[in-house]
Ligand binder design. Structure first.
Ligand code: C5P
Length: 235
C-alpha cells in the first residue's frame, strides 16, 4: 500500500523546509508546499524538492477566471507537482479548464497528470459567516453541493475536513480521492484544530491522504513522528 501521509512544510525558510523534507521524505507519501513557503521561496523550492525525489502537493488554492487558472495549472504541472488545489467555488468552467490543462500538459511531457483537488468550504467558515457571503443553508449543504459540482466537472479529488469524510464518501463516486487535514494522534496538542481525527480513524472513515503538519514538523524527532503516524495510518 502507498504511504498516505503528506507532511505540511509550513515553514517560511526554504533551507529548513528542504532539510525537513530530506529527512522525512523517505517515510511519507509527499510534502505540502503552501502559500507561506511558496511566496517566500518561489518555484525554486518545488524544483529543489523534486530534485530530492520528494512528491510535492502544491497548495495554492487557485480561484480566478478559467483561462488564468488553466495557465497556473499548466505552470504547476511543468514543475512536476503530484497534487494541486483550487477552490470549487470558482465554478464548473474553471474546474473543467484546470483538469484539462493538467491532463494536456502532463501528456505533452509524457508524465501522469497531477491530481487536481477541489477545496469546498474553508473550515474557518461557520453558518453565519457563509450566509454573509450570500450562501444560505449551512456549511454541510454547501460542502456537498460544491463536492458534487467538482466531481461533475471532472475533478478527481477533494480536500475535506475529517468530519466531512463519512458524508462525502456516502455521496461521491468511490474513485474520488479525499485529502484530509486536522489529524492528531492524541499524544500532541490539538493546536488550533478544533475537530480532529486520529490517522486510523480518518483512514477508516474513507480518507485517501492525510495532511499532517505540526505533529511531524514540530516534533522533537520528526522522522520518528512521521514513521509512527504512517504506521497508525496502516502504511
Ligand atoms: O499543523 P497541522 O497538522 O494542523 O497542519 C495542517 C495543515 O493542513 C496546514 O498546512 C493547514 O493549512 C492545512 N489545512 C487545515 N485545515 C483546513 C485546510 C487546510 O489544517 N481546513
Amino acid at each position: 500500500m502507498r504511504n498516505p501521509i503528506i507532511v505540511a512544510l509550513d515553514l517560511p525558510d526554504p533551507d529548513q523546509a528542504l532539510a525537513l523534507a530530506r529527512a522525512v521524505g523517505p517515510h511519507v507519501g509527499a510534502v505540502k508546499v503552501g502559500k507561506e513557503l511558496f511566496v517566500s521561496a518561489g518555484p525554486e523550492i518545488v524544483r529543489a524538492l523534486r530534485a530530492e525525489g520528494v512528491g510535492v502537493f502544491l497548495d495554492l488554492k487557485f480561484h480566478d477566471i478559467p483561462n488564468t487558472v488553466a495557465k497556473a495549472v499548466t505552470a504547476a504541472t511543468r514543475l512536476d507537482v503530484q497534487m494541486l488545489t483550487l477552490h470549487a467555488g470558482g465554478g464548473r468552467e474553471m474546474m473543467q479548464a484546470a483538469e484539462k490543462s493538467a491532463q494536456e500538459t502532463a501528456a505533452s511531457l509524457g508524465r501522469p497528470a497531477p491530481l487536481v483537488l477541489a477545496v469546498t468550504v474553508l473550515t474557518s467558515f461557520n453558518e453565519a459567516g457563509l450566509a454573509e457571503t450570500g450562501v444560505p443553508g449551512g456549511v454541510e449543504n454547501q460542502v456537498e453541493r460544491l463536492a458534487r459540482l467538482a466531481t461533475d466537472s471532472g475533478i478527481r479529488g477533494l480536500v475535506c475536513s475529517p468530519l466531512e469524510l463519512l458524508r462525502l464518501r456516502s455521496v461521491l463516486p468511490s474513485r474520488i480521492q479525499l485529502v484530509t487535514p486536522g489529524i492528531r494522534t492524541g499524544t500532541e496538542k490539538a493546536d488550533d484544530q478544533k475537530r480532529t481525527l486520529s490517522p486510523a480513524e480518518a483512514m477508516a472513515a474513507g480518507a485517501s491522504w492525510l495532511v499532517v503538519g505540526r505533529p511531524i514538523y514540530a516534533a522533537a524527532d520528526p522522522v520518528a513522528a512521521a514513521q509512527a503516524i504512517a504506521r497508525m495510518a496502516g502504511a
